[in-house]
Design a protein around this ligand. Structure first.
Ligand code: SF4
Length: 235
């Protein structure tokens, strides 16, 4: 069972990939300020119990964390300690988060090695951010090193890092102002992964993708399925 677990909401734009962040788009559409970070009503979701005293979410649940914030945002420093205690308590479940702030990981979780059930993926959208974040992220004592290139904004050379990465996922940008994803960049990442025997997946096409010089507009509900069809051997 996979469950979205937004323990806090709100964020601050960090880099080029944040330009059209859907958290901002959604909040603006209802007159909210996405810069205000607050604890959500679902804060204690993983440890909620039913009336018989059993956890509401069974053993094996995968909690997909922080889709409307960044797990390592500064405002959450105090709240994060409690969430980390939930992660320890629910060592029968898996917790997964994606961050653009790898430089904060070690100061926020000093005993990183002791979290076997927490996967922290780092997102890097262009060469500049790859060269900035990958050395920090890949030096951390994490058992699983996952890189997300989404929204992919240009061709990226991973050769200096690829032998230390376990998995790479690529995706385009969604929304009305989506920047174009060139399918050649995606194929290039796949080749780099293949050569280094690193797991690869093409997560979603985004709203605009250039294939053989032709621009395609992909509706939101087809962006994942179209990407899955692009390569047979992704996993
Ligand atoms: S880090 Fe993520 S959630 Fe925060 S502004 Fe950037 S894209 Fe949005």
């Amino acid at each position: 069972m996979e469950v979205t677990y937004n323990c806090w909401h709100g964020c601050h734009k960090k880099s080029e990939g944040c330009a059209h962040c859907y958290v901002y788009r959604r909040d603006e559409s209802i007159g909210k300020d996405a810069n205000i970070v607050y604890k959500t009503a679902n804060f204690n979701l993983p440890i909620r119990k039913d009336r018989h005293g059993a956890y509401k979410y069974p053993s094996g649940t995968v909690f997909m964390m922080c889709f409307s914030s960044d797990f390592f945002i500064e405002e959450a420093d105090e709240w994060r300690k409690e969430v980390l205690s939930f992660i320890k308590e629910r060592n029968d479940c898996l917790f997964y988060c994606i961050t653009k702030r790898p430089e904060r990981i070690e100061e926020c979780i000093f005993d990183l090695e002791s979290y076997d059930n927490l996967i922290i993926c780092c997102t890097m959208e262009n060469q500049k951010r790859f060269d900035e974040r990958a050395p920090i992220y890949l030096s951390l004592p994490l058992k699983q090193k996952e890189v997300m290139i989404e929204p992919m904004l240009e061709r990226i050379d991973m050769s200096a890092y690829i032998d230390r990465i376990d998995r790479v996922a690529v995706g385009g940008e969604s929304g009305d102002e989506a920047r174009v994803l060139d399918f050649e960049w995606v194929k290039d990442i796949r080749e780099q992964c293949k050569k280094a025997q690193v797991a690869f997946s093409f997560h979603q096409t985004g709203a605009r993708i250039l294939v053989n010089g032709k621009l395609y507009e992909i509706p939101r509900n087809k962006q994942h399925s179209q990407a899955k069809k692009a390569f047979k051997d992704q996993y």
